[in-house]
Write a protein that binds this ligand. Structure first.
Ligand code: 13P
Length: 230
């Protein structure tokens, strides 16, 4: 199989022990795919420059610095050896009320700092059931047209698949990815939402899918390592 991306999104989970488990478990292993690990910001410092995987942030602010208590900027992530940053995750759009305009501004800040934004988007269950996925995605994608496409990734994460144990049919995942490619050609598109050891291989095998974004299943280093090695 062609080498694809596996992105581990710890969300607000983990601790120093999980950092240690990752460092030990993924040391000197040759994975068939390229791994990007996105821990919570306070743990980024615990990862060294020389890991056997790449590092990503889970979010960044749209400004590089300033009086924005509690936020993290793109240049800070870059300084801590991140090369990627997740943006517009459905949990941030939902709980932090992030708009597509704000996600666009954050993506600009990320690209200016030399990070590759991985911009998440997806439809809710009602829209999925009514066949509106492409319509919903088209609206998200339109807001990204003026970003630098040589430095951008998209993650298709149906809201109803995140943490639910359910995924769309494989043909649907492939078709949605193909659709995203027609709107933003040349960009790597990942699938996220309930990826686990039983479905990762069949999802990574889909021709239009360049990788996966994993939540819950990345929180145990050993079983995640096994999953990445399949
Ligand atoms: P789960 O893998 O837990 O469904 O989470 C997916 C996700 O939101 C990754 O960003």
């Amino acid at each position: 199989m062609q080498k694809k991306w596996i992105v581990a999104n710890w969300k607000m989970n983990g601790n120093l022990k999980l950092v240690q488990d990752y460092l030990e478990t993924f040391k000197d292993t040759q994975l068939p795919h390229q791994l990007i690990v996105c821990p919570p910001s306070p743990y980024l410092c615990s990862f060294k420059n020389q890991n056997d995987f790449l590092l990503g942030g889970q979010d960044c602010h749209e400004y590089n610095s300033g009086a924005f208590t509690g936020n993290v900027s793109a240049p800070m992530l870059k300084e801590l050896h991140c090369t990627y940053v997740l943006l517009g995750h459905s949990e941030r759009r939902m709980y932090e009320k992030e708009s597509s305009e704000l996600v666009y501004q954050k993506a600009q800040a990320a690209q200016s700092a030399g990070l590759t934004p991985i911009i998440c988007m997806g439809e809710n269950e009602h829209d999925y059931a009514h066949g509106k996925t492409e319509e919903i995605l088209a609206k998200f994608l339109e807001t990204l047209q003026s970003l630098d496409r040589s430095n951008l990734m998209i993650a298709y994460e149906p809201l109803w698949a995140v943490g639910s144990g359910r995924i769309p049919d494989l043909e649907v995942i492939n078709a949605v990815h193909q659709y995203i490619h027609t709107i933003l050609p040349g960009i790597d598109v990942l699938y996220g939402g309930s990826v686990n050891k039983d479905n990762i291989q069949s999802i990574l095998n889909l021709p239009y899918v360049q990788g996966v974004l994993v939540g819950g299943a990345c929180l145990d280093a050993i079983s995640f390592h096994n999953m990445c090695s399949l």
